[in-house]
Ligand binder design. Structure first.
Ligand code: PHE
Ligand code: ZN
Length: 847
């Protein structure tokens, strides 16, 4: 029943839309939507429209009701045969009734806390009215809203406002997925922006009454984003007003609707006592992301959903650049690589592996993945590195001028770079079309002042793709002499073949290769390197990514050995000792080096080396190693912990965040020695959520959080976002033996509002991130998790499907766990009436 969609089947839509007019009479149970679409075709063609769950009241062509025999309904499709249509231009109008109150899926028009709002990407608009709901059909929209709600918003510029009515006009042609409407009891904080060419823009951040005092940071982040896109990409805003709305019930992070961005409230609201540094950083990044979509997504959109990474990869790349410019580029790059490995590499090495530009899917909502977003961004980073900054911005200028107002493909994008630089990018394009993470093996030979490096690239087969021809891999490297001097500054090698050699001559002493600087390509590295060489890099490398990576690899090697019951870790402990001496000079970097690889990462590293990971042994090994590090460096850690105490009022900037990150990284290690004594003190005195929540996590892990959790709950019972943290920290940080029971007890509480995606993700997502708890040997974790997915699916298929990814690594565990995971997955798959979303996910995971 579930039909697969293929890229190869794309056909142009046979009509242009000159204008789309919509009128909404809003009511929770019976909203009426009247539409008038002015179409124009050059030759006779059937009119095909999408619609889902609509109560159709009237369908007309040029004002005349369409005969029953000329309306052909098939699934989510309505076809009006060419013979029933006038030649040239005509108006299709429809009147439908929809039920926002009953809409629990959070796509289309729904209610969140009494407020009407919409989510139309990818195919939500068809739940609002009959329409060619595909991204390559673009039109200017004129929208009339009738409702008693005080605030009525849609895309574009306001044209009329009277009691109970608002009219909006969006002059920029857009596809239906960028349509938005909001109606509610909202309050705004207001500001202004003047574009580089002098155009005034009114800015509004809309929140629920009472939340205004937590919306200021979002507004500042918005203004920084607008300025940044002008300065770096020469892109100005193009409407009189920019509205940003926070809603509590949202499946994703945020949405770039033209002129009316809608955000998950967790990515808008922040204050020192309710949000952590990480929350602030994400808010700034996502506000930037959605704003940058105005050009990379809205003005230039996607021809079809297979091209999703055209807008998402590019916009993630731009938001990463923005955060690097606003904060620390070095820290941002390390964090981005950590996320890429934890999410995208994991995806690429499992059953859900797909290319950044897939060529088939069943449910597009299942393709808002780490591969489309994060790997899509990495591919652009590689391109930029290969051609250089000047050529990159030249190509982007060409992209904006050539394709403004169009719905484009990856081929268009590649062609822009070929034309701008004169390069042939045929082989480079494989990064878009081929799935899988290449393994890059480097071996070295040293002969009388000459170092020869041999590189080999291999990519394992992925589902549906067995042939993996070599790709273009930019390898940035440098050489570090044994005395710590840099013998060769960063040089970019361009690999194009399966195997290639490069030699470096006239070297005095044999240097250590600082390989893949800045993580210049999303590959898995294989090389032989001694612990001494890693320590040299950690101490002296000039590139902060490879420097961090050296310490990280030392820690990972130690943890792998320990998880196997062997000894290990001396090299890391010694190297860290040297780093700690000057730890306060670069607190963020020191903190990153002190954070041990997570249990999931250790498990992956073990299976990479052909071993079956034992989650309990990994958990113990990590705890034991942390305790040993802390015991060795107790004094230095305690000194840093004290030194990094607040030295002024909380500021959510990079400098303050860096100090707090080192304070908490020290606390994490010290808590393995003092059993949470310091954490308990910090919890009591902390004046910001970053320290407070950091302390709470340690207390939960130490099994000493009962009272603190209760204090925290009493203080924040009315703040949904903070209560999400309260749920999350308990399932995430509970000891593996008690995690399932703890999660089940929390899930039984009245305030576990499981229909709210943030709350559901907090409890269940936190639990799935508790590696040894989720993968408990008796399968209780899998069963608990599966029960909840089965319960959520009929209400919210999108969030359910996305959360199935907790199971994507199931085949790397032992036979007993595999059997239990398979049983849980099979049980989900066999649920009667399972959504297409979840069904596709479990089928692929089980395959
Ligand atoms: N397009 C949104 C973004 O990345 C994500 C999104 C997809 C939101 C689908 C809602 C639904 O910015
Ligand atoms: Zn996006």
């Amino acid at each position: 029943m579930t039909a697969t969609q293929y890229l190869a089947d794309w056909q142009p839509y046979p009509f242009n839309i000159l204008e789309t007019r919509l009128e909404f009479d809003l009511a929770p149970k019976g909203t009426k939507v009247r539409s008038e679409i002015r179409l124009q075709g050059d030759k006779p063609a059937d009119l095909v429209l999408d619609g889902a769950g609509l109560q159709t009241l009237s369908l007309r062509i040029d004002g005349v009701e369409i005969a029953e025999t000329d309306r052909i309904f098939e699934g989510e499709r309505l076809t009006i045969p060419a013979a029933a249509l006038p030649e040239g231009s005509f108006t299709f109008s429809a009147e439908v009734a929809i039920d926002p109150e009953a809409n629990t899926t959070l796509e289309g028009l729904y209610l969140s806390g009494g407020m009407f709002c919409t989510q139309c990407e990818a195919e939500g608009f068809r739940h609002i009215t009959w329409y060619p709901d595909r991204p390559d059909v673009m039109a200017p929209f004129h929208v009339t809203i009738r409702s008693e709600k005080p605030v009525l918003l849609s895309n574009g510029n306001p044209v009329r406002r009277e009691p109970g009515l608002a009219e909006w006009h969006d002059p920029w042609p857009k596809p239906s997925y960028l349509f938005a409407l909001v109606a509610g009891n909202l309050v705004s904080i207001d500001d202004h922006f003047t574009t580089a060419s002098g155009a005034p823009v009114d800015l509004h951040v809309w929140v629920r009454e009472g939340d205004q005092d937590r919306a200021g940071y979002a507004m500042e982040a918005l203004k920084r984003s607008m300025r940044w896109d002008e300065e770096v990409y020469g892109r100005e805003y193009d409407l009189e007003v920019f509205n940003l709305v926070a809603v509590d019930d949202f499946n994703m992070g945020a949405m770039e609707n033209k002129g009316l961005n809608i955000f998950n409230s967790k990515l808008v609201l922040a204050s020192a006592d309710t949000a952590t540094d990480l929350d602030y950083e994400r808010i700034e990044g996502v506000i930037g992301h959605e704003y940058f979509h105005n050009w990379t997504g809205d003005r230039i959109t996607c021809r079809d959903w297979f091209q999703l990474c055209l807008k998402e990869g590019l916009t993630v790349f731009r938001d990463q650049q923005f955060t690097s410019d606003m904060r620390s580029a070095a820290v941002k790059r390390i964090q981005d690589v950590q996320t890429l490995r934890a999410r995208q590499f994991r995806e690429d090495q499992g059953p859900l592996s797909h290319p950044p530009r897939p060529d088939h899917y069943q449910e597009i909502n299942n393709f808002y993945t780490a591969t489309v977003y994060e790997k899509g961004a990495e591919v652009i980073g590689m391109l930029k590195r290969l051609i250089g900054d000047a050529e990159y911005y030249k190509a982007l200028d060409l992209y904006f001028t050539r394709h403004d107002g169009q719905a484009c493909t990856i081929e268009d994008w590649i062609k822009v770079f070929e034309d701008a630089t004169g390069r042939d990018l045929t082989q480079f394009k494989r990064w878009y079309t081929d799935a899988g993470t290449p393994e890059l093996t480097m071996s070295e030979s040293w002969n009388d002042g000459t170092l020869t490096l041999t590189f080999r690239q291999d990519t394992a087969p992925t589902p549906g793709q067995t042939q993996k021809p070599p790709r273009v891999i930019p390898v940035a490297l440098g050489l570090i002499s044994p005395n710590g001097d840099e013998a060769l500054p960063t040089t970019v090698l361009e690999l194009t073949e399966t195997e290639q050699n490069f030699s470096f001559h006239h070297l005095g002493a044999r240097p250590v290769v600082s390989l893949l600087r800045g993580f210049s390509a999303p590959v898995v590295l294989r090389r032989e390197i001694s612990a001494e060489a890693q320590a040299l890099l950690l101490a002296h490398d000039t590139d902060s990514f490879t420097r961090w990576e050296a310490g990280h690899d030392l820690a990972l090697d130690a943890l792998i050995a320990r998880a196997r019951g062997e000894h290990g870790g001396r090299a890391y402990i010694d190297a860290i000792g040297a780093l700690l001496e000057h730890g306060a000079e670069d607190p963020a970097f020191t903190a990153l080096c002190l954070a041990l690889p997570g249990e999931e990462e250790i498990a992956t590293a073990l299976s990479d080396r052909g071993q079956i990971p034992d989650p309990d042994a990994i958990h113990r090994a990590r705890d034991g190693f942390a305790a040993e590090i802390a015991a060795t460096h107790q004094d230095a850690l305690a000194r840093l912990y004290a030194e990094m105490a607040p030295n002024g009022p909380y500021q959510p900037d990079a400098e303050g965040a860096a100090r707090r990150s080192l304070r908490l990284a020290s606390l994490v290690l010290l808590s393995h020695l003092d059993e949470g004594d310091r954490a308990l003190v910090l919890f009591g005195i902390a004046e910001n959520m970053t320290e407070r929540f950091g302390a709470l996590g340690q207390l939960v892990a130490a099994g000493r959080a009962r009272e603190s959790l209760e204090l925290f709950r009493q203080e924040f019972a009315k703040n949904r976002l903070v209560m999400d943290k309260w749920f999350m920290v308990q399932t995430h940080r509970a000891s593996p033996e008690t995690a399932v029971e703890r999660a089940a007890a929390l899930a039984a509480r009245d305030d576990f509002d499981w229909k709210n995606p943030n709350r559901f993700r907090a409890l269940l997502g936190g639990f799935a991130a508790n590696h040894a708890g989720f993968h408990r040997a008796d399968g209780a974790g899998y069963d608990f998790y599966a029960d909840w997915l089965i319960k959520l699916d009929p209400l919210n298929p999108q969030t359910t499907a996305r959360m199935c990814t907790a199971f994507e690594t199931w085949r790397s565990y032992d036979a007993g766990r595999q059997e239990k995971a398979r049983a849980a997955l099979t049980r989900i798959a066999a649920t009667p009436g399972l959504s297409r979303n979840t069904s596709e996910m479990v089928t692929r995971i089980l395959a």
